[in-house]
Each structure stands twice: as C-alpha cells, then as structure tokens.
Design a protein around this ligand. Structure first.
Ligand code: FNR
Length: 394
C-alpha cells in the first residue's frame, strides 16, 4: 500500500507533469441529467470534465502555447470591457436569432472546430453535431475529427461548416473540400494561423499522443493514426507538422476558390492588414481568432483585435470572433464591437466530456440563457440594438 509520503510525491509529480502518462479517454461515468442541470455556468462543466478526463487529455484541451499569455489574455480582454445598460426599454421579447453567411441560426454563438472529440466522449463529434442541431446553430467540424465528415453530416440536424488545413499535398485538401461539398457542408473554414503547431508545453511534458483506438477518420490508412513520437515530447506536434504547409500564402484562397463552390471563411485573422487581404482574396467571412491561445503565445487577444479587423473589413464580409467566450455578456461585448457572431471551442469540449450530447446541449443552453438575460438587463431587445455605444473600456 502507498504510504502518505509516497502518495504525496506521486501527486506532486503529476502536478508538475513530469511523469509520462498514457492518456486515457475516460475515468468516471458521465454526469447525470441532474448534475448537468446543477451546473450554473460553463465553468462548472469544466470542473466536471476535469474530474472525468485523464490529465493528458484535459491538458491537451485546456492548454495554450508556451506561457499561455494569450490563453489568459483572451479572457482578460473581456474583463476590460463593460456594458452600458439602457433603462426603461421594453425587453419583454428578446430576439437573438441571426444568420451566418445567409444561414439562419437561433443565436449568434456557433461551435468552433476542435480536434479529437472522441477523447472527451465516445460519441465525439456526433454528439456535438446533434447538440448543435438542438441549439439551432452551426457546428464547424475539424479536419482532424475522430468521426468522418460524412458520418457527422449524417447525424447533423443543423447546417455544418468544414474546417480545412491546407496540407503540403494539396490533392488531400482538395479531396476533403470536395467531400465536404458533396456531404452538404455549407462553407469551408480555412485555418490560417497554423503554418506550424505552437509549442504547447503541457503536451510536451505529458508526451501527449492519441489514446489507442482513436483515429482521424477523415483520413485513411496510416494517415489516420498518430504515431508515437520517437524523439519524446508531444506526438501530436510531430504528427501535425505533416498536416501543415508552411509555404502557404494568400494564393491558397484563389486556389481553393477554384476547387469548390463553397464560400470560404478565413479563420485566424488578428490584424487589419490581413483582414483587408482576406477580403481582396475573395473570402466570404473572417474569424478573428488566435486558435484559443494555442499557436503564437503573446498574440494580441481577440476582443482587442476585433475593432481593427471590423474596420478593415469595412462591411464587405462578415466578421466572427472566437477565444475566451464563456458568458452571455462576452457575446454582447463581441457583437457590440462589430462581430456578427462568436464561436466557442472549449465550452463545448467541457460539455462533451461532462455528459456527451446532453453536456454540449447544456453548455450551449447556458450561453443562450445568459445572453438573453444579459440583453434583458442591458435594455437591448435585439442584436441590432448592440453597437459601439453598448460597451465601454475600463
Ligand atoms: C482547437 N482549435 C482548432 N482550430 C482549428 O481550426 N482546427 C482544429 O482542429 C482545432 N482544434 C482545436 C482543439 C482544441 C482542443 C482547442 C481548444 C482548440 C481552435 C478553435 O477552433 C478555436 O479557435 C478556439 O478553441 C477558441 O477559443 P476557446 O473558445 O476555446 O477559448
């Protein structure tokens, strides 16, 4: 039996993350319906997810690059913006329905593409797609999903977009784009902040690799499996480099437009200059994103970057934002500063890990309810009533 001394040494080792652990997909039973109902906010779902996931998987989802400055700053940027409520407005009806690229969505909150969702729950992306459908919003499915884009499309009840990494072998990306189009996806979301994978130090320490049996189902054969890194460190980082093309430039958008009729959403824009280039290249929309703080650490937080991008886009394309959105009030702040909608990454993963489809449904439902309440209390009955005068920087 382990003595208290040994136990605490083991705990300390695991806190410092120095011992290599095999990631396990799940540790305890999913949260019950009443446990999900007892969650007051998406952070409560994270607490359940953290208990259920192995350390390596939790860290892969939660972590950011290097010192995680940007991960933290994305949240802090929301903390520096405050809402100026209006009084004595009729708020008996709050309308949060909108559209994204012409597609109606029930709320201005969409599901960001996140990889490897079967690590959170065996139903993975299928559960997320079903829950997004229940919430009446768009899910963006990742290139490195653990169900194929066709399997996801089969169960989806709301429109889907497909996130694309343009790979060194363009024929692979072209085939993915064509498959997405054939399966009924409504847009391609081209991620442009990832010429190489950021240094995610939690993954290095945990020697993160996909748990056995979990594969990247958009690919076949060897490409669907993440080999363990022979050099140590994060197997994901070594594998992902083979998926990414550091030579990619703005020409890629013209190339992709030649391969597909789908509109192209450029995800990962922070500067006004790049927003203007995206418009010029024929993008249909822009996502202001720093990959949830997982790529360039010390990158500007997204809420701070948003006004410049909105100005440069000059109303020619829709602008969305992701990174650190955890509250209905965050959605108001982003929309007031010019975003048409936001996307959420980790809140969905926490819901999925906590309780599969029901957990994702709960995450999206809490964000929706918070948004409606905040608009009620702010005297903003419709999304149109949100504008630069709704917020103030402190
Ligand atoms: C991501 N993100 C991401 N983006 C992308 O374009 N393709 C992908 O496969 C992934 N995978 C991925 C995995 C995990 C675990 C996370 C947390 C994020 C980035 C994602 O789309 C989004 O930009 C951020 O998650 C937004 O920040 P929040 O909402 O997680 O704070």
């Amino acid at each position: 039996m382990a003595t208290p001394k040994k136990r605490s040494a083991r705990k300390a080792r695991s806190r410092s993350g120095t011992s290599a652990r095999k990631p396990r997909a799940r540790t305890t039973a999913p949260a019950s319906a009443s446990q999900l109902t007892a969650c007051a906010c998406v952070q409560d779902l994270e607490a359940i997810a953290k208990r259920r996931l192995s350390r390596a998987v939790y860290d892969y989802y939660a972590g950011g690059a290097e010192d995680e400055q940007t991960l933290t700053a994305n949240r802090e940027a929301f903390g520096r913006v405050f809402i100026r409520p209006r009084a004595l407005v009729d708020v008996s009806r709050i309308d949060i329905a909108t559209t994204a690229l012409g597609t109606p969505i029930a709320m201005p909150v969409m599901v960001a593409p996140t990889a490897y969702q079967r690590m959170a729950h065996r139903d993975g992306e299928l559960a997320t797609a079903r829950a997004a459908g229940e919430a009446g919003t768009i899910m963006v499915a990742s290139t490195i999903a653990t169900y194929s884009l066709e399997e996801i499309a089969k169960v989806a009840t709301a429109p889907l977009w497909f996130q694309l990494y343009v790979q060194p072998d363009r024929s692979i990306s072209r085939d993915l784009a064509r498959r997405a189009e054939a399966a009924g996806y409504r847009a391609l979301c081209l991620t442009v902040d990832t010429p190489q994978i950021g240094q995610r130090e939690r993954d290095v320490r945990n020697q993160f690799a996909l748990p056995r049996g979990i594969r990247m189902m958009n690919f076949e054969g060897n490409r669907s499996v993440m080999p363990r890194s022979s050099a140590g460190g994060s197997a994901f980082a070594s594998y992902a480099s083979s998926l990414l093309d550091p030579t990619l430039t703005w020409d890629a958008i013209a190339w992709l437009r030649g391969e597909t009729k789908l509109p192209i959403v450029v995800k990962g824009i922070i500067s006004g200059e790049d927003a203007a280039l995206a418009v010029q290249a024929g993008a249909a929309a822009i996502v202001v994103s720093n990959h949830g703080g997982r790529q360039l650490d010390a990158c500007e937080p997204t809420l701070a970057a948003l006004p410049n991008v909105v100005e440069a886009a000059a109303g020619q394309v829709e602008v969305y934002l992701d990174g650190g959105v955890r509250r209905g009030t965050d959605v108001i702040k982003a929309l007031a500063l010019g975003a048409r909608a936001v996307l959420v990454g980790r809140p969905v993963l926490w819901g999925l890990a906590a309780g599969g489809q029901a957990g994702v449904r709960r995450a999206l439902e809490m964000l929706r309810a918070e948004l409606v309440l905040a608009m009620t209390l702010a005297g903003c009955p419709s999304l149109r009533s949100l504008g630069p005068r709704t917020v103030v920087r402190a």
